[in-house]
Write a protein that binds this ligand. Sequence first.
Ligand code: SF4
Length: 227
Amino acid sequence: MTRASILRLHDALLREYGNLGWWPADDPFEIAVGAVLTQNTSWRNVERAIARLKKEGNLCPSRILELDASELESLVRPSGYFRQKARYLKELARYVERELNGDISLMSSKPMDKVRTDLLALRGIGPETADSIMLYALHMPSFVVDAYTLRLLRRMGIRHERSYGAVKTAFEEALEGDVSTLANAHAMIVIHCKTVCRAEPVCGICPLANTCSEAKEKKEGVANQRS
Ligand code: SF4
């Protein structure tokens, strides 16, 4: 994956989507909670769970710790895997309360490697969740690589390394470690893959079709059938 191929992809997405202003949330802890809840579910379900947490003022580390496990499970139920996610939120809240005096944003003053290691040590936080928290809640230049990113790169014919870390580094270097640019790049990829480059891609309306391998192959397939 070359710097030029990432920049071409980024610029084409930017022309179409502009600045999406992600991540929609009132504070950094809400972003971290959203990053945990969004695992294996749609954002609509996360919004429902977050609204339930907010309603009674439960969207802060101290309140999450005070809630009974069953109460918290019930509140985050709309996000699916609610027992597991309630346990993950308890662990995150315990960490923030004990190590950061209740303020997750204090993590942003630590070195990035340390922050990532600390987040990954928490149950339920894998690379994608850790990078979402770092990028959107802590404003650190840590690109989020998700299944959408890998699918889009494959379809576009942009060859890339197999490892999560290599793809992440390639984006971070190409986009020069700029937090806003990295944040918007991930947002644009997610939106594009949810609306156009879906499981069944809608290549006919895609702004990337001119430079996409999959679209080219489809076109050639149709031409061959006609001849
Ligand atoms: S042209 Fe089709 S396969 Fe390629 S990025 Fe667009 S929607 Fe996806």
